[in-house]
Write a protein that binds this ligand. Sequence first.
Ligand code: BES
Ligand code: ZN
Length: 868
Amino acid sequence: MNIAANPVIQADQTIYLKDYQQPAYAVDSVALDIQVFSDHTKVNSKLAMQRQAAGDLVLLGRDLELVALRVNGMTLTAADYQLDSEQLLILNAPAQAKLEIEVIIHPESNTMLEGLYQAGDLFVTQNEPEGFRKITFYPDRPDVLSVFTTRVEADKKYPVLLANGNLLEAGEVGEGRHYAIWEDPTKKPSYLFACVIGDLAVLRDHYVTSEGRDVALEIYAIEKDIPKCHIAMNALKHSMRWDEEHYGRPYDLDIYMIVAVSQFNMGAMENKGLNIFNTSCVLADEEYTTDAAIMRVQSVIAHEYFHNWTGNRITCRDWFQLCLKEGLTVFRDQSFSEDLQSAAVQRIDDVAVLKAHQFPEDSGPLSHPPRPDHFVEINNFYTATVYEKGAEINRMMATLLGKEKFRKGTDEYFRRYDGQAVTVEDWIDALTTGSGVDLSAFLKWYNQPGTPKLEVQGTYDAVTQSYRLDLKQSLKANAKYPNLQHLPIPVALALFNAETGEQYTLHCSALSENNVKDGVYLFDQEQAVIEFTGVTEKPVVSLLRSFSAPVNLKFNYSDDELAFLIQFENNGFNQWQATQTLIERILLEDQPAQSYIDAIKATLPAVMAKDPLLASRLFDVASEGYLASRIDQDYQPHLVNQKREALLNSLAHGLGDFCKQSYLSLDAALQNDFSQAMGVRALRNIMLSLMARQGDTQAFELADAQYHGSNNMSERLGALKVLVWNDAPQAKAALQDFYNRFKDEALALDQWFMVQAAHPKATAASIAYLTSHPDYDLGTPNRIRSVTGGVNANPVNAWSFGVQHFIELAKYLDEKNPIVGSRLLLLLTRWYTLAEPQRSEVKQALQGLQTEVKSKNVIETLNSMLEA
Ligand code: BES
Ligand code: ZN
């Protein structure tokens, strides 16, 4: 009973939030038996189902070979059910139905890395959002929760047999095969099901929860990678403690397992008690892993762990509510990371991601509300808007409530909805009840797209010694969302005495429509005025401190005021923001660079001594990609490139000897913590690249010495980039050395590909050299992304030969791995901003692709992109 291939998508495949209906049947229990063989896998399932609402008994299934089907012991024949490429409908199903289903699937030829798939010697699952239906027929939707028992059977050459929950029994079955039975006592939706079959080593530890539960912690990876699992293990224990302390959430099972997989579409997945991770998000060791990647590992470990409560114990009613679990969990992992390192720098990095990805997404053809109201392919909605803007909405509410009330709100959420599949409304409702503060206006943030513009004007009256702020908010008209409403915007602010640099204590006059509490003003009208009294001298105002709301702030700062903020603002985020505002003026409005260079020079020494990591961020010169996202038409990549290069050159020359002096005097080994050492490494790499710009002949010698003299990946890679990207005489040998050293270390080798792909003078031929290299592998998304990511680092290249590379890949992936293919195309979303003739050229290439692709994923993305 093979199932016909999917027909090409019809327009009516759109799914709407308004059509949500409760599932007709509940599943009381599931017993799965998964038997893996070399050329197929048998999946037998027993479902105890029970009618709970009107409707048919429908099971979803895709690419399954149905072998047998019994209901309450009776074998069904073709007349008893309807089967198509998407679902199995059981005719005249009884109210109580015990289903037994036998299917055959093919993980060994599953290239989509969704459902159960074989990756090298390892069999793993990825079921969120709709992968479980590729394992067996099931009501594969997040509002059907059940307890799962899983028997896994395989050849003994795969000694590790894992599934969710606790191990019940294990044993041999003859013919060199063995089995294990796992039972997960917590009800869960099918997207959280996981199993793993393979030959892996394990790092073990344990953790005693605040309730006294002794939890076994296990991280599985290939033998040689086990030493690279310690950082993740520590991050896991740290996360467990953090969630107890900050949210009162202890872990609820006796075992927590993490499995590292080298072929994985995403970063990681929070399957109950059995997380599956891309190796890039779990393996970490200073010798092989950059500092940024180490920080990422810690935050992803925390993220997936935090899902145990926000996602697993309380899950989403439907996939429109995705930001309920992702937005909240990202907010939680960001807060965790703020506690781990310099909080200001964490916030800077998170906002940089928001502005570089979410803002452009929300201003173009892919713009959608954090909670969309329709989709064709849900995999296309794991977006920056759902994740990052979703996190910002939670942050705004947390900022407004303050720690104590926010905690009361989340306590109420967990108390009320534990064990349920809920909606964004439920979340707001619990927060409101728990905190005693009406947050219902924040629902508007979830339901409409677009980045609000926040225009503010400041007026000082020396006679009355008062300072007045006029605020106005607006949203760009959007044809698809005609009823845009104004939003509640928490504005964190401070006033500084421009003469002394001191911060004023804030006093509001009666004229203010709303008081400023703890330095936060809730701006929830279209226009408002606040007035501060007792302001003895013309002040400098700092607005939106720590980026208290995801809006586009317009305030007419003078260069002097920005320079003042760079020097005197004690909110590290806003200090950084002032550098970025100045830099954007230089790069997008052709302002001279001197004010920025002077401000940096005046500020750096002090910041470098206090917080080297923050100091390194003050050098952030917005990437060409980010600058491009601020240009809405007639974008010419080479012009942006030239301007940015000119600024970097002026900075290098303006800083003069300071670069070499700093490089030689900074020493990561002398720092007392990882965060500071990381800052020093970042600063030294920046100094090295600036010295190369100065034409300092010693720069390459120092880089070469750093490359060969260090066992730390950030230092080695930083030096390699300086050598390779400047075509230094030492570059070739260093690249060869890097290859020899790391040829068996996939993640480090990804960096080797990336550095070359990101060469400013890369060409179609140099990319072809990489993609025809024996170590290039189209079956490993990380390797594909190391080249596409490298190319994308230079927009001049990305918009020329890069387009062809991306489009050819998308064509290939459309068939082999549409999830990755669709995401890859996002690199070309802003084609419509290009100046002619490039604009038309890229458009034509996309239209050409449109006629050839077949997957829902790629078609939906292309259709939306071309609507621009
Ligand atoms: N639940 C997701 C994994 C996922 C992503 C499943 C897309 C299906 C489709 C997981 O919790 C997640 O969000 N992972 C992120 C990393 C995280 C730190 C934001 C990822 O995989 O990129
Ligand atoms: Zn997540």
